[in-house]
Design a protein around this ligand. Structure first.
Ligand SMILES: O=C(O)C(=O)C[C@]1(C(=O)O)C=C[C@@H](O)C=C1
Length: 368
């Protein structure tokens, strides 16, 4: 009886596997046709013969991914489905033109994860030690795009990113949001033997409660990046690092505890920078760099056209200008693309009022 049931189960699995084989064949044939389409598009783009042909089209990719999510009915999650299509597009784009993407390194940082999340794995990613170098390499044209952290980062001062735009002709071509999970890692041993914990100060802050509860005896040492923390931990005994999962693999460390961040919804935002202005995708953001004349009420008056034209401001950040001409500069994010009527109207008025005005870019809102 047991044997019969076993045989029936095997036969059923065999039938389903045959169906999977047929589906795989179709999927592969479709992916091949898709890749051929991308190659034809590449030919046309090349014929257009721009000085700098932009093969990568962030607005088109965002539209494709949004449609994938709209169609998704499970059982695969939105993240998984988007990731699969992301990789297919990444491979198609690499066929057109292998993209070189610089990111704030070293290998294993959250910024590298963000670069892969945005571009897929078919890019050539190049780690650079500072945000400034990422900007410089993109400015010099030695890479196509750069990825840098901008909010709630665990890899260096985020304000560097904003300040760097003051002296850069680059545009923001996209944003990436990453759910950040922290792991405690060490060469080996037990949690209770750890005497030193290395990490970026932001990561230490984000795991404070966990550290108080589980490692009250350990000294907390802030270093410049989580990857640097892992590097140090890999050379010491009784030391651990707090970093992302990928970092543990790179530095051959054992994960002693997972998801130790106090705030599970912890996300970090990154920007994709390039030399290209991105056309509208239908769901976009615009980032501005502004300065108001140093008079009472000036900032209020400066931003008033946004409200009047019904343009929502999603973020405002002020930074000392360090230029002497203006006391403060403001980084402002608004909803919509600069080519939309109401955004264009508001920006035109803003430009008249502001002592410094630059559109850093209009770009698709992060899809996932
Ligand atoms: O539509 C294009 O322009 C393409 O080159 C095709 C494609 C794709 O694979 O769908 C590839 C790269 C671009 O970034 C956008 C889309």
């Amino acid at each position: 009886m047991g044997e019969e049931r076993e045989a029936a189960r095997e036969a059923e699995i065999g039938r389903i596997r045959e169906e999977i084989d047929r589906l795989d064949e179709q999927i592969q044939a479709l992916i091949t046709r898709r890749a051929e389409c991308a190659r034809r598009i590449a030919e046309i783009k090349k014929e257009a013969g721009d000085a700098e042909a932009f093969f990568y089209r962030p607005e088109r990719e965002a539209q494709i991914l949004r449609r994938v999510l709209e169609r998704n009915r499970g059982p695969l999650s939105d993240e998984e489905m988007a990731r699969l299509f992301r990789e297919i597009m990444s491979a198609c784009l690499a066929l057109e033109q292998p993209l070189n993407v610089a990111f704030l390194g070293p290998e294993g940082t959250f910024t590298q994860l963000a670069a892969f999340k945005h571009f897929g794995h078919s890019i050539r990613s190049r780690p650079l030690p500072t945000i400034d170098e990422v900007f410089r390499e993109v400015e010099a044209g030695s890479v196509h795009y750069g990825v840098v952290p901008v909010e709630n980062s665990t890899e260096g001062m985020v304000s560097h990113t904003l300040d760097r735009f003051l002296n850069s002709p680059l545009y923001i071509c996209g944003e990436v949001e990453l759910r950040v999970h922290h792991y405690l890692m060490a060469v080996g041993g037990r949690i209770e033997d750890i005497r030193r914990v290395y990490s970026h100060r932001q990561s230490l802050a984000q795991c404070r409660e966990w550290l108080d509860a589980h490692l009250p005896q350990a000294e907390r040492i802030a270093v410049e990046s989580n990857a640097e923390a892992a590097r140090r931990a890999s050379r010491e005994t009784r030391a651990a690092a707090i970093a992302g999962e990928a970092t543990a693999h790179i530095y051959r460390l054992r994960i002693l505890a997972s998801n130790i961040e106090d705030e599970p919804e912890n996300t970090t935002r990154f920007l994709v920078i390039g030399r290209q202005q991105v056309p509208p995708s239908g769901n976009d953001k615009t980032s501005l760099l502004l300065s108001a004349p140093n008079r009472p009420g000036a900032l209020f008056r400066l931003l008033e056209p946004l409200a009047r034209h019904g343009v929502s401001m999603t973020r405002i950040e002020s930074r000392p200008s360090r230029r002497g001409l203006w006391d403060y500069v403001f980084f402002v994010d608004v909803e919509g693309h600069r080519s939309e009527d109401k955004v264009a109207a508001a920006l035109a008025e803003l430009e008249r009022e502001a002592s410094l005005f630059r559109v850093l870019g209009s770009y698709p809102r992060a899809v996932l």
